[in-house]
Structures are given as C-alpha cells and as structure tokens.
Design a protein. Sequence first.
Length: 293
Amino acid sequence: MAISLASTSSVHGWHGLARGLTASAEALGQTSAQLTAAVDEAEQALGKLQVVPARGATSEVSDQLETATVLLLLCRSALEEAGPHLDDARLAAERAEIPVLVVRGRMLGETVIRLRQQIEEIRAGVEAEYREALNLGEAEGDGPSGSTTSGSRRPDGPAAQRSPNSRHLLNRIGRRSPQKNRNTLVLPDVDVSADLQDIQEGRARWNRTTSRYETPGGRTYGVEEPSGTVFPDSGPGFIHLGRHEYHALKHYIQADGDRRKAEEAMTFFPALTESVQRRAYEVFKHHKSFRGE
C-alpha cells in the first residue's frame, strides 16, 4: 500500500511539474510574440524616419536607416528560428521530457535575451536619429531654400524644399543605399538644382491628377510630405531600375569600375542574373567610375 501511495504521489508530482513546464513554455511563447510586436514597432519608427527633414545629414540618416533595416531582418530571422525550439519545448513539457525541455528552453531563452537587446538598441538609435533629423530640419542652414524668390509666382502644389535623397543620384549611390522595388535614378548630366528652382519659383506645373510637378525640361517630380524632399519620377535623364538591378548596380559601383570583380561578387546572389547584370551595367556606364569597355 505504501508503494502504491508513493507511486501515486510521484505521478501527481510529475503531472504538477509538467503543468509548470507547460506554463513556462507558454510564457516563452508570449515573450516571443512581444518581441515580434517590438520589431513591428521599430519598423514603423523607421517608416517615420524616411520622411523626416534631415538637412545636412542625409547620408547619415540613410546609413542609420539601412543598418536598422538589416538588423530588423536579422531579428525576424532569429524569431523564426526560435519557433521550432518553442514548439519542442511545449511538446516536451506535455510529455515531461525534462532534459529536452531544459535544452530547448535554454536555447529559446538565449534567443529572447539577444533579440531584446538588439531591438532596444535599434529602437533607441532610430528615436535618437529621428529627433536629430527633426532638429536639423527646423534649424536654419544652407542648401535648397523652401521660400520662393521675391517676385516669383507661388507654386500650386506642396512646398518643395530639398533635393532628392542621395540614393536617387547615380554618382552618390553608396554601399548602404537602400534598394526598393522601384528605383528612379538621376543621371549626372541632369541639373536637379535648376529643376528644384523651377518648382520653387512657380515655373513648373503642378498636376493634381498625378500629384507631380512637371518642369519645363519635361521631367516630373513628386514631393514627400512633410519634409518637402522631392523625388524623381519620369522624364529625360531619369532611369528606372528594379530591386535586383539596383543591387547589381551597387556592386559595379563598389568595385570602382572593375567589372570582373563586381560580377564575381554577384555570383553569390542567385537573383542577380545575367540579364539583371546587363541592365545594371548599362546604367553604370554613366557613373563617374566607369573605365570603359
């Protein structure tokens, strides 16, 4: 009888432990969900940063944005990797497989700690950059002015105050320039400053249907609000590239005109096919580092 009671007590003990382990696994799951939500919040903060006025710090803000975006992608990947460990932990808890649960729980716990640190660093960095960019945008400084010249006609559309982001200007594209699904590049012989002045002084027509300024030179620009930063849309001297073509172009630029070096580096990226490389190379021929065929 004593043996039977002991056995019953042991069973109850195991069941209690299993319930406690299951609760712990569920808590880890909630933490993982909270981290995913934190990544979402950080990405929203990055979205705000894209439209912040950043006079005099365009390249720095762009670098911060690129770095934070990459880190967030890594965080998401780590969360996805943690998923199987979490599932195993729950299953082990239900079966009271203590060693397996301990190992899986430790792995997930380490992932959670690492992600929490990374996300906090990213969010803090984005918020600091956002505040700095706001301060720069409000401060007086050189560069394209948001006011019109005395006697000029007031523009019909939104105020155009700043030149396009460097990611649009072929000779200013760098390693950290973010590529998007649609990328409009400005060739070096286009006088963007003159186009911006035409917009500011009322010589460009605001098309309410397309929400674009149409300059006397036949080029169209949109305006990001509230920053007042213009972006190229269409017209002579503008070239459109897809995400992979823009990525390939950056390889040619980083190789400083060494075509073989650039194309060797691109072999590690299956999406950068021969046709993608050809398109990017045709655009690269207009770059200041092009050495000729």
